[in-house]
Ligand binder design. Structure first.
Ligand SMILES: *Cc1c(COP(=O)(O)O)cnc(C)c1O
Length: 427
């Protein structure tokens, strides 16, 4: 099949209607699916044939959308989850259980940090956090004999550090483990981590992918590149019989292309049930259709806003990977040549109090616990999303207590800059 470009996959990927079938993706609003004989159904239970039995495990609407995202990322298989949190939990727990260890970037989303450092730690999975800017020696020292994966975010939310995917992938592979990359902020439009050596990609589709602040969702995509059998002793869940599934050996039966996602659906979705609703998958698909067009505008709006803020005398500092003054400018030019994302962070002179006053004077930039949708919004992480973290953890995550996060939407940029200029004039 011809390899299409991103804009084409975003519209035509995944669902391909036959003669006389609906042009837009149908919503299969059904918990269950009908079969003529018990033998037909048994084949599904034995993972001997493709098909659907119960929507907790899989649903055609959700699968069409997962297939589209797999194509956008250049992967071999994918699954949707009910949230980005579920996607990151499943992606890690699918290969790391009690007694195992994971190396993770310290510059990650607060919810993911909490999931790893507190909740998964209680389940017996140990994490070592390393700075995304650590030396190769520091990175090397973080590995243990029981390390099962490395984890990072392409562009960290909200620190906006840019992850050196190629360097971390190389180190992960030297240790025989996969690199998992949360590609939420960049989206496949601006970065395709598989092209730089990542093995598994996760998304909170809640952000740009769906893009309109309408649904929570997540996705896991497998590159199909990681050879589980070559490291069979490290990944017994994939390379030895699954007693809870008729003794299937996922890596043998489904190969590199399908083992990770098949196991994740058959075990984790079955047991935890973080199932996306078909209606939400439908809305996600609508969002994906315009993702390439929207990302271009998010990035050009944000670039103009970042330049305006950097030149303003009431602003202490601006953090945006698209500014030549930015610490990650060079890395961003490598991994994100067409733009990074629509999120900017900055400090208002006068610290915490000035930042809160500035935010109260905005009329278009609403105060919200959200980012990365069509509406401009802002947030003070230290008093909201990251409030479970200590000051040391905040600094390690690159989120100082005075940081304001501004997510630039798709409104007219002149109106947005006017709004920010007015709010700054009032403090
Ligand atoms: C929002 C977010 C998540 C969590 O996603 P939900 O859909 O809110 O569960 C995970 N990773 C990143 C980078 C995010 O921005």
């Amino acid at each position: 099949m011809k390899k299409h470009k991103m804009e084409t996959i975003a519209i035509q990927g995944g669902y391909n209607p036959g003669n006389g079938e609906p042009r837009q993706l149908p919503i299969y609003q059904s918990t269950t699916f009908k079969y003529d004989t018990s033998a037909d159904m048994a084949k599904l239970f034995d993972l001997e044939s493709d098909g659907y039995m119960y929507s907790r495990l899989a649903n055609p609407t959700c699968d069409f959308v997962a297939k589209k995202i797999a194509a956008m990322e250049g992967g071999t298989s994918a699954m949707l989850t009910s949230s980005g949190q579920a996607a990151n939990f499943f992606a890690v727990f699918n290969i790391a259980g009690c007694g195992d260890h994971v190396v993770a970037s310290s510059s990650i989303y607060g919810g993911t940090f909490n999931l790893f450092a507190v909740t998964m730690a209680r389940m017996g999975v140990e994490f070592t956090f390393v700075s995304p800017d650590c030396s190769n020696e520091e990175l090397e020292a973080a590995f243990q004999p029981n390390t099962k994966a490395v984890f990072g975010e392409t562009i960290a939310n909200p620190a906006l550090t840019v992850f050196d995917i190629e360097r971390f992938a190389k180190k992960a592979h030297e240790h025989g483990v996969p690199l998992i990359v949360d590609n939420t902020f960049a989206t496949p439009v601006n970065c395709r981590p598989f092209e730089w050596g990542a093995d598994i990609v996760t998304h909170s589709t809640t952000k740009y992918m769906e893009g309109h602040a309408a649904t929570i969702g997540g996705c896991i995509v497998d590159s199909g590149n990681f050879d589980w059998m070559a490291h069979a002793d490290k990944f017994p869940g994939l390379t030895t019989p699954d007693d809870s599934y008729h003794g299937v050996v996922y890596a043998e039966k489904f190969g590199k292309a399908g083992a990770f996602i098949t196991k994740c659906v058959a075990q984790l979705m079955r047991d935890f049930g973080c199932t996306p609703a078909p209606q939400n998958a439908y809305l996600l698909n609508l969002g994906l259709e315009s993702l390439p067009v929207r990302m271009e505008r998010h990035c050009s709006n944000a670039q103009k806003m970042a330049e305006f803020l950097e030149a303003h005398d009431k602003i202490a500092w601006v953090n945006y990977p698209g500014l030549p003054s930015n610490k990650y400018y060079e890395v961003a030019q490598k991994y994100l040549p067409n733009g990074s994302c629509g999120v900017i962070s900055f400090g208002v002179k006068g610290g915490r109090a000035a930042a809160e006053e500035f935010m109260a004077h905005l009329t278009l930039g609403n105060i919200e616990t959200h980012v990365a949708d069509s509406h401009t919004c802002c947030l003070h992480p230290a008093s909201s999303t990251h409030r479970q973290m200590t000051d040391e953890q905040l600094d390690a995550a690159g989120v100082p207590a005075d940081l304001v996060r501004l997510s630039i939407g798709l409104e007219n940029i002149d109106d947005l800059i006017d709004d920010v200029a007015n709010a700054l004039a009032q403090i």
